[in-house]
Design a protein around this ligand. Structure first.
Ligand code: GLY
Length: 352
């Protein structure tokens, strides 16, 4: 088992990564969990497969537990749902000293973290991510938010978990599309880190890459740790983690969140950006070819015609753009990302 400690603005927490480690970690944190009410927020799909297993684990250490079950998907991330959860917490007499468990993918993590950060001015929460995407990215770094007025993540905060358990056994029940979803973010990490991660991806394919998940997840979390510790509130360096995301977010809003996974959208965002960077002479042909090979090999590239006007409209509305400028993430080479502030009217240069 690997333990990575994150120190985010003096909030220090451990991320445990391994295989079949949930029991062991609950034991390590027995003193923290014992005699508490444990509220497990999950979705219907995860509940169906794992509820007995996780319930028994909490029974073993003497916790009174209760599930709150959400519909899967981005539509659950709205304030109506949040009101319902607050109501359940009040009915169940949850106190500030109790604990919330986020047991699911990114949507469950976001909702649980948002609830934990606001209910009774903040209760402890633990992340147990169950998808590849949430294991490599969203369970770390404390970004928690919900959608409002159809604007993604517009209401939220930074609120770090007490600890995070990443158990790769949980990946065995994922569908192929969910693995591909995670690979979109992993490919992003491979471009902003050194050659190691990209070489692993190049040496494998969709059938064999599963054997490397443990190492890949550890690599991604080490990269995320670096940026999150340097810039916990996403004001400077952490923006590098958004490589490919400007166009990815526009794509998701254009097609609808239920019609394209986040990882596929990131794949598209990286493709369109590097294709144009190559045409502009900002990156080499060989780097663009490596990018294209990876995206194709892992099925992370869906060829879409995208209305550039829509992207520009989206960028104007994006909470991350200030005045008439936006920060985009470019690469000099593998492992050499940089932030470039451009006028929104320059964005179309990267979009043809
Ligand atoms: N997913 C990007 C970040 O956490 O900053």
């Amino acid at each position: 088992m690997e333990r990575i400690t994150i120190n985010s603005h003096n909030h220090i927490y451990d991320v445990y990564i391994g295989k079949s480690i949930i029991s062991e970690i609950f034991n390590i944190h027995k003193e923290f969990l014992i005699n508490k009410k444990v509220i497990i927020i999950t979705d219907k799909n995860v509940y169906k497969i794992y509820h007995k297993y996780i319930f028994d684990e909490f029974c073993k250490i003497g916790c009174e537990s209760k599930f709150i079950i959400l519909d899967p998907g981005e539509n659950s991330k709205d304030l109506e749902n949040i009101y319902r959860i607050y109501k359940e917490l009040i009915e169940f007499k949850v106190k500030r000293t109790d604990v919330i468990i986020a047991f699911g993918g990114g949507v469950v993590g976001d909702i649980s973290g948002f609830i934990a950060s606001t209910y009774l001015r903040g209760v402890d929460y633990v992340q147990i991510p169950t998808t590849l995407l949430s294991q490599v990215d969203s369970s770390i770094g404390g970004k928690v938010a919900v959608n409002f007025m159809k604007i993604k993540n517009v209401v939220g905060s930074f609120y770090n978990p007490r600890f995070v358990i990443i158990d790769i056994d949980l990946l065995s029940t994922l569908r192929k599309e969910q693995i591909i979803d995670g690979l979109g973010e992993i490919i992003k990490y491979s471009f902003i880190s050194d050659e190691g991660l990209i070489q692993t991806l190049e040496e494998h394919d969709l059938n064999t890459i599963k054997d490397c998940f443990l190492k890949i997840i550890i690599d991604c979390i080490k990269i995320k740790k670096y940026y999150v510790e340097k810039d916990p509130y996403d004001l400077n360096e952490r923006k590098i983690l958004n490589f490919g995301h400007t166009f990815a977010h526009a794509m998701e809003s254009y097609l609808g969140y239920e019609n394209i996974s986040h990882g596929m959208a990131v794949g598209f965002g990286i493709y369109i950006l590097l294709k144009n960077c190559n045409a502009l002479g900002i990156i080499s042909c060989s780097l663009f070819k490596r990018c294209l090979n990876l995206l194709n090999k892992y099925n992370v590239l869906r060829q879409e015609g995208l209305d550039t006007k829509h992207i520009l409209d989206y960028a104007y509305k994006d909470k991350k753009s200030s005045n008439k400028e936006i920060d985009i993430i470019l690469l000099h080479d593998i492992g050499k990302p940089y932030i470039k502030r451009i006028g929104l009217d320059e964005l179309n240069i990267y979009l043809s």
